[in-house]
Design a protein. Structure first.
Length: 114
């Protein structure tokens, strides 16, 4: 599959999953979750969904656990929205890029104050 098509598939999956997680999941363990990216394997059998979760490490862990429990529902939503030969198996991973960005910004600010 070409890189451009993979990018479009990943973005379409990100949009569908983001909408489903924020408006359809009723699990109280799912906190403030943002789908930041989706990386799909070349054969479209597996997809790693990167999410950012607002809260402490315990809330993050509970939110990821709730998303893992809801993966069947989310896969059905993908199958209904996207026309793909195979609906990928979803794996959720925490995306700590925002956290790292804040940490770097704080370090740079502290260095400037010296």
């Amino acid at each position: 599959m070409t890189g451009d098509r993979m990018r479009r598939v990943n973005e379409a999956m990100r949009e569908v999953l983001s909408a489903a997680i924020t408006s359809e999941l009723k699990d109280p363990r799912v906190g403030f979750v943002t789908v930041t990216a989706v990386e799909t394997s070349q054969d479209l059998r597996h997809a790693r969904v990167f999410v950012s979760v607002l809260g402490n490490p315990g809330e993050r862990r509970r939110s990821l656990q709730a998303l893992d429990n809801a993966h069947g529902y989310l896969q059905r939503r993908l199958a209904g929205e996207l026309r793909l030969k195979h609906t990928p198996t979803l794996e959720f991973a925490y995306d700590d890029s925002a956290e790292r960005g804040f940490r770097i910004a704080a370090l740079l600010e502290r260095e400037e104050q010296r």
